[in-house]
Design a binder for this molecule. Structure first.
Ligand code: 3HC
Length: 344
């Protein structure tokens, strides 16, 4: 008697056969992976619609959202000086700079959103203290000279770090960086000009400028991240051409840039080990306080608590505006639906 061989269903023989849709998904992922590898190898842009490995997406959401948070929190130290600027011109320039930083944050949140993470999720991560932002902003801006040091050193470090990011493999991030870098160069120039004015002013003004550079030099060098051998993300980020250079390479590039600039300012950089190394073709510089760095990253910075409290208060104070805007948009959508029905 012919035995009836039941139609083998995919699940009947686990490991021997898979369902057609699972096969299709596996093929798509393989093709996606090959395409992704090709884009990276050929130095082409990966766009939001392209298949990408989950870890690539995760790394980008991590870095781009932290970058955006840094721009937003970075508005605080300088925002505090808008009402204290020494002249109308300085006030106008500083207002323009702080507004630029808000815009940088928005470009970067938009770039991160293309990876599937909502703005609200990112805001919430910052609000709860879960998200990182650049440790430099947990230091106080004590004097007007600090605003000069922030522009020259902090925005200068940002440019050194971010010009290569204009070529980041992820399209929306690299493109956002182009405009950001153009504006950062104005930020650096205005900072340098503040310090130049002070360092060529009265003895007291020169000392104020020197004190500001003394306080911001070390933390600014740490904006490039921990030393390469303590950077868990760099290697993979560089393999994916998100990062183009290592933390130490960019830090070195920055030191080489600021030494002659400090000389032109008539100020000294607070680093006795700073010395031109003919053999290396770079400046040697002294050890940085990485214990302090990692402690500040963990939230023990001089103003870490205040920065977050200020951000939370701003979010809470602005909640009614967001609710009103959302209610208006919902009402408008309902009215549009109504009129569409009438027209149908
Ligand atoms: N402050 C706080 N955390 C830092 C940090 C810093 N300066 N540098 C590194 N970290 C954190 C990293 O986020 C990472 O933690 P995570 O894995 O939990 O995210 C950890 O320390 C190890 O660092 P890695 O070097 O392995 O991490 P990355 O590969 O992400 O490199 C980075 C760090 C160089 C900051 C890189 O993320 C980057 O280039 N980001 C884009 C540039 C940026 O964020 N700049 C902010 C400057 S502020 C600014 O631009 C505002 C302007 O107006 C001045």
């Amino acid at each position: 008697m012919a035995t009836h061989t039941p139609q083998l269903h995919a699940v009947d023989a686990p490991g021997e056969q898979i369902t057609a849709e699972a096969q299709r998904a596996a093929d798509d992922a393989r093709l996606g992976w090959e395409r992704f590898q090709e884009l990276i190898e050929q130095d082409k842009r990966v766009e939001p619609r392209d298949w990408m490995p989950n870890n690539y997406r995760k790394t980008l959401v991590r870095q781009v959202s932290q970058h955006a948070h840094s721009e937003i929190i970075g508005m605080q130290p300088e925002g505090n000086w808008i009402t204290r600027a020494p002249s109308l011109k300085r006030k106008a320039v500083l207002m323009a700079k702080v507004q630029d930083e808000a815009g940088h944050g928005l470009y970067l949140y938009s770039a991160a959103e293309t990876l599937g993470t909502s703005r609200d999720q990112m805001y919430q991560q910052l609000y709860t203290g879960q998200a990182k932002y650049s440790s430099i902003f947990n230091y106080p801006a004590r004097t007007w000279a600090d605003i000069g040091a922030i522009g020259w050193l902090v925005d200068g470090a940002a440019i050194t770090n971010q010009v290569p990011l204009c070529r980041a493999s992820y399209g929306p991030y690299g493109r956002a960086m182009v405009r950001i870098c153009k504006e950062e160069s104005f930020h650096q120039r205005q900072g340098w000009e503040i310090l130049y004015t002070l360092s060529h002013g009265t003895e007291e003004q020169k000392q104020m400028a020197q004190n500001a550079v003394d306080r911001f030099y070390g933390p600014a060098l740490q904006m490039f991240g921990p030393p390469d051998d303590e950077s868990p993300n760099s290697q993979q980020s560089m393999a994916w051409k998100i990062k183009r250079f290592s933390n130490d390479d960019l830090r070195q590039r920055f030191v080489d840039m600021i030494v002659p600039q400090a000389e032109a300012l008539g100020l000294t950089l607070p680093d006795p080990d700073l010395k031109w190394n003919q053999k290396r073709g770079h400046y040697d510089y002294g050890d940085l306080d990485w214990e302090e760095f990692f402690s500040v990253v963990k939230g023990t910075g001089p103003l870490s608590h205040q920065r977050l409290a200020h951000y939370r208060a701003a979010r809470d104070d602005g909640a009614w505006v967001r609710e009103a805007a959302a209610a208006y948009a919902a009402k408008q959508a309902e009215a549009d639906r109504g009129s569409a029905l009438l027209r149908a």
